[in-house]
Design a binder for this molecule. Sequence first.
Ligand SMILES: [Zn+2]
Length: 338
Amino acid sequence: MSEAVRAVLCEIQTVEDMVAAFGDEQQCRRLLEAMVWPKGRICPACGYKRSIAIAGRDMGRRRARPGLYQCSGGECRFQFTATTHTPLHSTKLPLSTWLKALWLMLQSDKGLSSVRLAEALGVSQPTAWRMGHALRLMVAREMPLGGTVEIDELYLDGRPEPKTDAPPPGRGRKGQRRTTKAPVLAMVQRPSAITIGTPAGDARARVVDDLSVIEAERVLEKEVKPEAHLMSDEWKAFIAVGQGFAAHDTVQHSRREYVRGRVHANSAEGFNSRVRRTIAGVFHHISPEHADLYFHEIGFRWSQRIVIGQATRRTRHGREIAASWRKRTKQRNVVACT
Ligand SMILES: [Zn+2]
């Protein structure tokens, strides 16, 4: 549903727009229905495409609540609303509160902590925390990545550091770092072009048990199409996994090679650094069990940006590079290299 969310939310630029758009509950319900059913109502129980509105009808002792529909499928007759079987299922909060939270979350640069969200919406912190997680599930993207896909690894809570009082360092399994920090595999699809208006590619990340071939395969099989062109550094597991894809190019970081023409993993590294800064700046710490949810949110914000022009920048060594200016909303610009 995220394409539809993007279409609806991109129209809302200012706080004034937001107040007007989420003003009354009826309007919010219509917006949410457009997000959940971009191609028309679908019964969440059986997937049947025809249903009738029964909201407001007399149902014996009580009236059908607003936004209630009934499936027209022969056996099914399931009654549902836009929130049924979604992360918002049986919510007691007004829909306007949910949509405001979604807007605030996506409008922010690096997200909002549950404490800030609670203050802004006038709900309790535990409620805001649960809302945040439900909304992260709502913006999760399911389509596998295609085209040129960069992959890179990072550790939650930063780079593993050697401990001075720890027993002899030794090597991790098969040359991996010996650390208790959770490794993460990040995947970023490059934008299809760098012409103005092109949306940034999708980005996602998953916590893995270790950086082994088996784990990398498990994640990439699900998240990346086999006809994709992979780009990565020379990490052993990536080289093995890359053989399962249409093409795979690597840069040799050990030889201080970071870019070779179109071969690089800079977008994935950019995404990783966004993940790190979001955790450091907003959430302070995220547990590995919940990390994938936060990655949905960060990935969604990443993919919301679009190319708005080219600019030439200089690296620290004075070399000229072309940077694409991307924006997330109409007010803010983000510089990113492609
Ligand atoms: Zn049905």
